[in-house]
Design a protein around this ligand. Structure first.
Ligand code: BGC
Ligand code: ZN
Length: 381
């Protein structure tokens, strides 16, 4: 049997390892064989290794990691209609439980049983290898204009879902300003609105990008110095930076409210104390979407009566948003066109740390503050 190199977890061992897996072959008519080009790593990947959160499938002793994958179609099964060899593609992460209604309707990101699997994260092999097989329904074509940036389509799809939640939920408010075209479900929904993004990591920066192209006035809070590359990128996208190192959550919100309402808080840091600390300062009828996933434990004391009173009296919504489905990927790829053309002068490439597949162990072990994103370049374009 032909084998190929892969990087991932090994049962009972800590850290990331290189091992061999069988070279995949098309067996079903709807399968697509993909030649992997680039795989991005994110906080979930780093935490999985750091905290040894092994979630390897039954009957297996290894799990290939990597869920932010871009590649090209190498071959297709006889039933595949939408792809041909050479097409640049990306793949979704979650595979549904096949039991609950959301999963049965292509919304496994909203799975209600928790019995889903995720490529490279939960019980399914990911893409840190040379070739992967995927069913046509989970493969998405990448438009030619954004191939170079397509490694951001998975994290951007996470932001797309968060923003979708905001828009759907806040459509409860048909009027927030004088302009009927600024209602949450209209294409120009961002006008006259203010958002605070918490965390200027890869997800936070993509949230800034998406909110800014939607015409929202964006503030971003983090605990970085003003000259940090992440902060420079945030500012390059017209966000106003708030250095949260020496100010309280109350002051953070005061900085971006300027007497107006703070319509949206988009949490993308996973810094639990700040995330919860901001709740008491939410504006009336506003929405707070959380996408960061904190690890470990953190105890805090709150005035529960005051908090509940406020949430009720102010019609506030706090919503969690995990994962993304095909529609979010499709939207991400469309918006990536707009984002990359609007911010084309931003120096993104130099802050991406690229590694070869063979160097995956070092890629996981290295945290260079000058870089904002780690990408494993499995095969150069
Ligand atoms: C991924 C999501 C996934 C989540 C939890 C994130 O890093 O982007 O797709 O659902 O981790 O596993
Ligand atoms: Zn307006």
């Amino acid at each position: 049997m032909k084998k190929q190199l892969a990087a991932g977890m090994v049962r009972g061992k800590t850290g990331i390892h290189l091992f061999e897996v069988p070279m995949p072959e098309i067996k079903q008519p709807d399968e697509v064989l993909i030649r992997v080009k680039e795989v991005g790593l994110d906080g979930t990947d780093f935490n999985a290794i750091r905290f040894n959160l092994q979630d390897i499938g039954e009957g297996r002793d290894e799990m290939v990691m990597g869920h932010e994958a871009v590649g090209v179609v190498e071959a297709t099964g006889p039933g595949v209609k939408s792809f041909k060899p050479g097409d640049p593609v990306t793949i979704t992460v979650r595979r549904g439980c096949d039991i609950c209604h959301p999963c049965l309707h292509n919304m496994s990101d909203m799975c209600m049983t928790g019995l889903y699997r995720e490529r490279g994260l939960h019980r399914l092999d990911g893409s840190l290898t040379r070739f992967v097989i995927e069913r046509e329904q989970y493969v998405i074509k990448v438009p030619a204009e954004v191939v170079k940036w397509a490694v951001f389509s998975e994290p951007l799809s996470i932001v797309e879902k968060g923003v979708e939640q905001i828009r759907i939920i806040q459509s409860r408010l048909p009027w927030t300003c004088d302009h009927p075209e600024h209602t949450f479900l209209s294409p120009r929904w961002g006008g006259c609105k203010t958002a605070l993004v918490v965390g200027a990591g890869p997800l936070g920066l993509l949230a800034i990008a998406l909110l800014t192209i939607s015409d929202i006035k964006v503030f971003v809070a983090d605990i970085l110095p003003e000259d940090h590359p992440r902060v420079r990128l945030a500012k390059g996208m017209d966000a106003t930076y708030i250095d949260a190192r020496s100010i309280s959550p109350k002051e953070i919100v005061a900085d971006c409210c300027l007497n107006a309402n703070l319509d949206i808080i988009f949490e993308a840091s996973g810094a639990a104390a700040t995330a919860v600390g901001l709740i008491p300062h939410m504006s009336r009828s506003s929405i707070y979407v959380m996408t960061g996933i904190p690890r470990e434990e953190l105890m805090i004391q709150i005035d529960a009566a005051r908090l509940v009173r406020q949430i009720v009296r102010f019609n506030q919504v706090i919503v969690g948003s995990i994962n993304s489905n095909r529609t979010h990927f499709e939207r991400a790829l469309q918006d990536l066109k707009q984002i990359t053309s609007r911010f084309s002068s931003l120096p993104v490439a130099p802050v991406i740390h690229r590694w070869k597949l063979e160097d995956s162990e070092r890629a996981f072990a290295t945290q260079d503050p000058a870089h904002i994103k780690t990408v494993i370049e499995v095969e150069p374009w």
